[in-house]
Design a protein around this ligand. Sequence first.
Ligand SMILES: C[S@@+](CC[C@H](N)C(=O)[O-])C[C@H]1O[C@@H](n2cnc3c(N)ncnc32)[C@H](O)[C@@H]1O
Length: 172
Amino acid sequence: MFDFLSTVNLKNQMFLEIGAGSGVISLLASKLGANVTATDINPEAIEATKGNSVLNNLQIKVLRSDLFESIEILAYDIIVLNPPYYPKTPKNNLEKAWYCGNNFDFFHRFFEKLNIYIHIKTKVFMVLSEDCDLSEISRIAQSYGFYFQLIDQKIIAWEMNYIYSIQIDNAN
Ligand SMILES: C[S@@+](CC[C@H](N)C(=O)[O-])C[C@H]1O[C@@H](n2cnc3c(N)ncnc32)[C@H](O)[C@@H]1O
C-alpha cells in the first residue's frame, strides 16, 4: 500500500484510513498532501499514530473508532484499509490486528456502512493477501453491492499481497 499510494494523486483529497495501526499509511498520505483522518479501535494504535504525526510535524485527525461507529458522516475521496482477515474472534486489542471475527464480522460491518461514507468518485483500496479467504471476503462484499478489482500485487516476506479497488456493483 505504501508504494502504491505514492502513485495516487492525494493532494487535498479527503482521506480516511480504517485500522491505521501505528499510522504509517496515514502519515504518508498526509505527507503527499491529503487531508487525513486516521482511525483504529486500539487505543495504543491511536496513541502511536498521534505520536508519529507530532514527530513528523503532520496535521492528522486521529480518532478511536470501531469501524465507522465514531466517524463523522462525510463522503471521503479515498478510503484505505489493511484489515484483519483470519476468521477467529479476537480476545484482546492486540488480536484485533489479525482476527476479523468467526464469521468475518469485520467485513460484514465494513461493507454494510461503506455506502454512507462514499461519493460517486470515491476510491476505496483494501490490502489482502494470499493467506486469507479471498473468495469468502469477496462474496461478502458482493452481498452488500460491491466487487473487488485487483489493481496491484507484490510479494512481501514470501507472501503475495494484493491491493483491491472496491467498486460499486451497478448490476445490483
Ligand atoms: C493488519 S493491521 C494494519 C495496521 C496498519 N494499517 C498497517 O497497514 O500496518 C489491522 C488494524 O486494524 C485495526 N482494527 C481491527 N479491528 C478494527 C475495528 N473494528 N475498527 C477499527 N480498527 C480495527 C487493528 O487494531 C489494527 O491496527
